[in-house]
Design a protein around this ligand. Structure first.
Ligand SMILES: Cc1cc2nc3c(=O)[nH]c(=O)nc-3n(C[C@H](O)[C@H](O)[C@H](O)COP(=O)(O)OP(=O)(O)OC[C@H]3O[C@@H](n4cnc5c(N)ncnc54)[C@H](O)[C@@H]3O)c2cc1C
Length: 420
């Protein structure tokens, strides 16, 4: 009997209720992908595109994906959360089998993934792309319960809306405090884009209020461009306190809505705490993460340095100079797909070159960019000197407005490519 893709998708969903011993995976070589975000959904699509004979199964917890890029705009009231949400129907049409359940275990010896409910998937190659987990043990006082009072909004969805509602409910004259983590973390320019768009919201809606960034670093992505723009646009609405100025938050007092640094207790009207992070939990339990909490990989193939036949891509992996971005995740997925298809045929993968571009909005009509090109060097993905760069420091406002439009175009293009 021929089973339609739609039914396979349904069967995968139903397995959550009625555990099945195994999910039909087809007769060809088997690739399982864990995580249907920018990295994983792209990898599943491109492996299938490389070779239709490969049986590709994508394991993802949620049937609806909520994208982080542009979610700072949702927080600032510039767009709605539904503009961030995508489903996997078009991906299923390409022949990728979908299983909407959490992967709970990986047996690297037997090359088997276990899903919640007991379903088992065997693989020849496994691609892991589980993104990040927030380290609720990484900042004293900041627990999962605390995140309901002081949202991180670093995984898009309910947390994004919670932070937006808190801003909307805040009285004019309040202080919004953003706690920015030390490196490495998801989206290096993200906290500064967020601060900018919140400052824009305050300037236009609650002009007696301000946003304060308490930072565990002395330097950050696109710093000069951000700081020049802040001087121009938000001189009274945004303040950055660096590590050496005492910006590092050592403790969070949820009851008092207070952030504690070496010298000061900062009382916040709204607190947005972005805690330290690590690779998603399944990477830890599969043994592909090291003591740093992130996953070391071969920079040419993204195969785990710790467990054979498992490739790790996206935010979960240690990618040297390449930042943890959706653009990077998608670029790594394309390389990984080619590597996996080549290895399954017994070939030798070519050495890759990868590109990343990160757009940030400082205001709805003010965009800035950083771009880089990367290649494997001394066991790491390293920046090729002179190949990338940032937006010019002295560009006119018309160029900033154009970059804001490019940012919008990029989001439409990447989400179209990944989710169809
Ligand atoms: C506020 C903000 C703004 C950002 N802006 C930009 C931007 O402008 N440009 C840009 O390029 N990047 C941006 N980023 C970064 C970008 O969101 C991430 O780098 C990107 O999502 C990483 O992709 P990923 O696939 O590794 O992880 P994710 O996209 O998080 O996907 C991981 C997926 O794995 C699933 N998963 C986890 N564990 C399991 C499991 N056990 N079983 C099954 N599924 C599992 C999750 O449900 C999730 O869907 C931003 C991030 C933030 C927070």
């Amino acid at each position: 009997m021929r089973v339609s893709r739609r039914e396979l998708v349904k069967a995968a969903g139903a397995a959550a209720l009625f555990p099945l011993p195994a999910l039909a995976q087809g007769a060809g070589p088997k690739v399982v992908v864990i995580g249907g975000g920018f990295a994983g959904a792209s990898a599943a699509r491109f492996v299938k595109q490389q070779d239709r004979a490969i049986a590709v199964t994508l394991v993802e917890i949620n049937p609806t994906f909520t994208a982080c890029p542009f979610s700072n705009g949702v927080i600032a009231g510039l767009r709605e959360l539904r503009a961030q949400q995508f489903n996997y129907e078009r991906l299923a049409e390409t022949g990728v089998t979908l299983a909407f359940q959490p992967a709970t275990a990986v047996d690297a010896q037997a090359r088997r993934v276990t899903l919640n409910g007991g379903t088992q998937l065997s693989y020849d190659r496994l691609v892991m792309a589980p993104g990040i987990d927030l380290r609720f043990d990484g900042l004293p006082g900041y627990t999962e319960a605390a995140a309901q009072e002081m949202p991180h909004a670093w995984k898009a969805g309910e947390q994004t809306l919670l932070l937006r509602r808190q801003l909307e409910a805040m009285e004019d004259g309040g202080t919004v405090v953003i706690v920015a983590p030390a490196n490495p973390f998801r989206c290096p320019p993200g906290p500064y884009e967020r601060a900018s768009l919140i400052a824009h919201y305050l300037k236009t809606k609650k002009p007696k209020s301000k946003v304060l960034i308490l930072d565990a670093k002395d330097a950050f992505s696109k710093q000069r461009l951000f700081q020049n723009a802040w001087k121009e646009l938000y001189p009274d609405h945004l303040e950055w306190v660096s590590l050496s100025q005492g910006g590092k938050v050592n403790e969070v007092d949820v009851k008092e809505r207070t952030l504690v640094t070496d010298f000061t207790r900062h009382k916040a009207s709204v607190a947005n705490v972005i805690p330290p992070q690590r690779a998603g939990a399944i990477a830890q339990s599969a043994g592909v993460a090291d003591r740093s909490g992130w996953c070391p990989v071969d920079p040419a193939t993204f195969e785990s340095k710790l467990v054979p036949n498992i490739h790790v891509i996206g935010d979960a992996a240690i990618m040297g100079g390449m930042p943890k971005s959706a653009f990077s995740a998608n670029a790594q997925a394309k390389v990984c797909a080619e590597v996996v298809a080549t290895l399954l045929k017994g070939g030798t993968p070519a050495e890759p070159r990868l590109i990343n571009t990160c757009y940030s909005l400082v205001a709805p009509d003010y965009g800035i960019t950083v771009a880089g090109v990367y290649k494997p060097t001394n066991g790491q993905l390293a920046d090729i000197p002179g190949a990338g760069g940032v937006s010019p420091a002295d560009a006119p406002r018309s160029a900033r407005a154009l970059e804001a439009q490019f940012a919008d175009g990029w989001f439409k293009t990447i989400t179209g490519e990944v989710f169809g």
